[in-house]
Design a protein around this ligand. Structure first.
Ligand code: SAM
Length: 300
């Protein structure tokens, strides 16, 4: 199995995992159970833009049986990663909104934005901080094209094409008008695991040294997925095969010390185990809580 957007061609510039997530969100959004949880009418703008065939192929999932067969088949192979956006996206959005409200931050940096719609969902809710969205240059160009068609005023959002492993993202941010004196919310959903440890360090260093007092870093992180682990978390090989191997691992038990060693304080830590307890009883096991993915908010 290869993770790719529905209708996405082999030569598409968009990263496979990002496109896959977008197609999954567009399908979940059609569903009477998952749709209201996800509440993301903007996902389809990305998912329909992968190719001229994508809208036609996606329309097939309006049919309940086709949708349920897709969810069940893929959920089994991908160990929960299909229904995962229905809790991960609302959780990450809630952490971002809480951080924006509590700090009064007027600046947001979304890293590894992929085909994520956070800026649209925030704008819908009246949050319009100056927003810098970063991903690899081809993904960033794709985002710009899609967001230009979105039914929202996104004039506060800027796209930056940067490769975290090979470029200094801080220079790109500063060059694009990022103000290091302002309290800022940094956001990385489903990104850190793909980066080299040095690139992750660079992000923490930037949050600590080049952002206003009280800035926060909202992020998800994964454990047991990189090849360095003897026993790897389920479906990690799928990512190896498609050229997006998991690299950076952070065990939940070490997260607090890791964050503090980089000069930030821990505000929130949510483990997969805790989320599993919470969601599996609340949603009767219909949401696949991914066992290797945790969430954190750190502050400077
Ligand atoms: C799994 S996707 C997640 C996308 C989005 N944050 C979401 O949750 O829907 C990972 C994203 O990180 C980006 N990414 C991975 N490595 C990167 C790097 N070295 N530099 C810039 N972006 C990178 C990919 O292009 C992709 O869009």
């Amino acid at each position: 199995m290869i993770l790719r957007g529905i209708g996405q061609s082999d030569d598409s510039p968009v990263t496979g995992t990002a496109a896959w997530l977008s197609s999954v969100c567009a399908i979940l959004d059609k569903d009477p159970f998952y749709g209201p949880l996800l509440n993301d009418p903007y996902a389809r703008h990305f998912a329909e833009a992968f190719s001229p065939e994508s809208p036609v192929l996606l329309a097939r999932y309006d049919d309940r049986a086709t949708r349920e067969a897709f969810i069940q088949t893929h959920e089994a192979v991908l160990c929960g990663s299909v229904t995962m956006p229905s809790y991960r996206k609302p959780l990450m959005e809630a952490l971002a909104r809480e951080s924006l409200l509590q700090t009064g931050a007027k600046q947001l940096v979304v890293m590894g934005a992929g085909c994520d719609t956070l800026c649209c969902r925030l704008a819908r809710a009246g949050f319009t901080p100056v927003t810098f969205e970063i991903d690899r240059p081809p993904v960033s160009e794709f985002r710009s094209r899609v967001l230009a068609q979105a039914p929202l005023d996104l004039s506060h959002v800027r796209e930056l094409g940067v490769d975290f492993d090979h470029q200094t993202f801080g220079e790109a941010l500063l060059g694009a008008g990022y103000d290091p004196a302002l309290t800022t919310i940094f956001f990385a959903e489903g990104l850190l695991g793909y980066l080299q440890p040095e690139a992750v360090d660079e992000i923490f260093k930037f949050v600590r040294l080049r952002a206003g007092a009280g800035s926060r870093f909202v992020f998800s992180f994964t454990e047991g997925r990189s090849k360095a682990h003897g026993v790897r978390a389920p479906n990690s090989e799928v990512l190896d095969r498609q050229g997006e191997p998991p690299v950076f691992d952070l065990p939940f038990a070490e997260a607090k010390a890791y964050i503090e060693a980089r000069g930030l304080k821990v505000r929130t830590l949510r483990s997969a185990k805790e989320l599993y307890r919470d969601y599996s009883s609340r949603y009767a096991g219909r949401i696949g809580v991914v066992p290797y993915m945790h969430f954190a908010v750190a502050e400077s």
